[in-house]
Design a protein around this ligand. Structure first.
Ligand code: PEP
Ligand code: MG
Length: 688
């Protein structure tokens, strides 16, 4: 008889696929092979029977005694030891076609948030987890139930810790979601059903949690009540957490090391908001583009990010050393020592822009020929409110309020929203802040279970609000109440038709009326329309007569004018901000607003790019809203140009036929007119 103690080290434990490989190896030998758990009741399994192995429910970390007895016992044991050490010869599904590399490997993407970072990979894939089914012996059912209860207790402790952290780092607006998770976790409907299922079906706890979770989810997705139905994604979240703790896979965001670089196929903006930002240094994703919301929030939070890396995720392992170089739009996996040496020198001089130490210039900037330009801040999270003052912004030109919804589909209460808008108004000061009604749908699916075929063209923004009026009313009331404490206005996203704005105004009027009847403290606000869809550009004069101001969203304007998905790296070559049709749309909107004597705030990413900001001024813009950290740079550039020169260049651009022509003209004109302001890397790149 030969025996050995072995530990299960593979990520998913000894689950079905791994067990099948073990059976295959064990069956090659004549000897008997058994596995015995060294914890609990010392259960035993036959290594040649998959069902028997699965009853062990051996998750990662489990120590097993492997015993071989028979004529070829030594070889059999050696073969099993080898298999354990190779983690059961499992190749992760997603990594099957691209094996991880260990030599220096460079991958080109798109740098969307500045900085150069050296760190360690933390792989994050949302919503995937393998669950296996095991038959539990009658005598072990109580042990299985105890295992489940322990996972519930552990999950609760995790959630409480996450909630505390979220409260400190992201504000209460983000923390409340974890209260909901805690309630779900303790709900008898979940815990009792899982325990009943374990006993009735003699199922392992993972399987029972998955089945009960799926049933609950399917019930929730059918519910007619919008609010209740939206809870589905939270149930899913809680179940995922429970499963992670049962399988020993650990929480979704394991203890982040100080230098974690999140590597993911794609990342929900809400996931970024949940991360421990003190530890995460950078993000690298396969999908995404410059204007995807994930990129925008990364810039807002000063997290270095490179996106559009295609199949990079598959090549990585958690813990791999990585360099994320957003300047070059590239990542380096397993950097060689000389590469590291080069980068270590650079890291000290580069990184996300810190707030200036001393006093900063604030208020509008004047061009050399005395044209006044307001520079405002685009803000997504309460953690950025301080940046408004730090970078000298004229208030907040765009508050993307949907970032308050820390998970798609989970709305926050009127009171919670009120508190946030009130602190926004206080942070924005005399210039005030523009709150955008939730721009959900699109990337912020209202219900992740029901993904739309074509979200950007679906029930997004104002359409979502008009379809879900209770959600809209709650937000409108919170804004109107908070407006009593400071200067706030409200903008309606993705208006495509005068009727959209009329319908939205009707709801706002009704809420004003109700607040007056309730004798609540509130204030009327100015109402604006986001112009970001070609139909709105073409009917801008008519929309202008219905609103107090316009906001021009160039990110979506490019997307919809050119029919290029802003988050799809495959078509990023077609996302041409300087396409003549886009410039024409901007000019047309500015002229319509001028004719109606209403202001226009330009708030797309164009305004954050100094060269493009100059062009916008040339097209007639006098109010730009941007990433707070970019304000000092845009201010410096605009204070050193003549608006008249900018106008000349812009007019020439408007007469050209293609985006290539415009970019070439911009390169040549800017170099000739302002050589010291625009070194080559600040101008649109020539095509290779
Ligand atoms: C835009 O579309 O340009 C805009 C400012 O809004 P968002 O990027 O949030 O869609
Ligand atoms: Mg938009």
């Amino acid at each position: 008889m030969e025996e050995r103690r072995l530990q299960v080290t593979s990520r998913l434990g000894l689950h079905a696929r791994a067990a099948a490989n073990l059976v295959r190896v064990a069956s090659r030998f004549q000897s008997n092979l058994t596995l015995q758990r060294l914890d609990g009741n010392g259960e035993e399994a036959d290594a040649k029977s998959i069902l028997s192995i699965l009853t062990l429910a051996a998750s990662r970390g489990t120590v097993l005694r492997v015993v071989a007895s028979g004529v070829d016992e030594q070889e059999a044991l050696e073969a099993v030891v080898g298999l354990f050490s190779r983690d059961f010869d499992e190749i992760e599904k997603s990594g099957a076609d691209l094996p991880p590399v260990t030599q220096e490997f460079r991958c080109k993407g798109l740098g969307v948030s500045d900085g150069v970072v050296i760190g360690r990979v933390l792989r994050l894939q949302e919503g995937t987890r393998d669950v296996y089914r095991a038959v539990i012996e009658e005598a072990d059912l109580e042990r299985e139930r105890r295992r489940f209860r322990a996972a519930v207790r552990f999950s609760r402790r995790q959630l409480e810790a996450i909630k505390d952290r979220a409260e400190k780092e992201l504000g209460r607006g983000h923390a409340y979601i974890f209260d909901a998770h805690l309630l779900f976790l303790e709900d008898a409907k979940l815990t009792r059903d899982v325990e009943d299922y374990i006993v009735k079906e003699r199922a392992n706890a993972e399987w029972a949690a998955k089945v009960v979770g799926d049933r609950l989810l399917s019930i929730y997705t059918q519910i007619n009540d919008e609010y209740l139905r939206e809870r589905g994604s939270d149930i899913e979240d809680v179940i995922q957490r429970l499963l992670a703790n049962l399988t020993g896979e650990g929480p979704k965001y394991p203890n982040l090391s100080e230098d974690a670089v999140i590597v993911s196929p794609d990342l929900l903006p809400s996931t970024i908001a949940e991360l421990n930002l003190n530890h995460v240094k950078a993000i690298a994703t396969d999908a995404g583009g410059w204007t995807s919301h994930m990129a925008i929030i990364a810039r807002g939070l000063g997290l270095t990010a490179v996106v559009g890396l295609r199949n990079f995720y598959q090549r990585t392992r958690t813990g791999d050393r990585i360099i994320v170089d957003a300047r070059r739009g590239e990542v380096v996996l397993h950097p060689a020592q000389e590469t590291l040496d080069q980068y270590q020198l650079m890291e000290e001089t580069r990184g996300p822009t810190p707030a200036p130490a001393g006093p900063v210039d604030c208020g509008p900037v004047a061009t050399l020929d005395s044209v006044q330009i307001s520079l405002r801040a685009n803000v997504e999270l309460p953690t950025e409110f301080q940046a408004v003052r730090d970078f000298g912004a004229c208030g907040v030109g765009l508050f993307r309020s949907e970032f308050l919804l820390s998970r798609p589909g989970l709305m926050s209460s009127e009171q919670e929203q009120y508190e946030t808008y009130k602190s926004l108004a206080l942070a924005a000061g005399e210039y005030g802040a523009v709150v955008r009604l939730f721009d959900v749908g699109g990337e912020f699916g209202p219900d992740v279970k029901e993904r739309e075929r074509n979200p950007a063209l679906g029930l997004r923004a104002v359409r979502f609000n008009l379809r879900h009026k209770e959600i809209m009313r709650t937000q409108v009331r919170a804004i109107l109440r908070a407006a009593a404490a400071g200067r706030l206005s409200l903008v309606v996203p993705m208006v495509a038709d005068v009727a959209d704005i009329r319908s939205a105004k009707r709801v706002i009027d009704e809420e004003l009326q109700r607040l007056a009847e309730e004798q609540a403290s509130f204030s009327e606000v100015q109402i604006g329309a986001m112009i970001e869809v070609p139909s709105a550009v073409l009917t801008a004069e008519r929309i202008a007569s219905e609103v107090d101001f316009f906001e021009l969203g160039t990110n979506d304007l490019v997307q919809y004018t050119l029919a290029v998905d802003r988050g799809n790296d495959k078509v990023s070559d077609w996302f041409r901000t300087l396409h003549p049709a886009v410039l024409y749309g901007i000019r047309r909107t500015l002229q319509a607003a001028q004719a109606a004597s209403i202001p226009v705030i330009l708030c797309g990413e164009m305004a954050s790019t100094p060269a493009y900001a100059v062009l916008l001024v040339g097209l007639g813009a006098s109010d730009l809203s941007m990433i707070p950290a970019m304000i000092p740079r845009v201010r410096a550039v605009l204070s050193q140009i003549n608006a008249d020169d900018a106008r000349e260049v812009a007019l020439k651009c408007l007469s050209l036929a293609t985006a290539d022509d415009v970019e070439e003209l911009v390169r040549n004109e800017f170099r000739a007119r302002w050589p010291e302001l625009f070194p080559p890397n600040t101008l649109p790149k020539a095509l290779e």
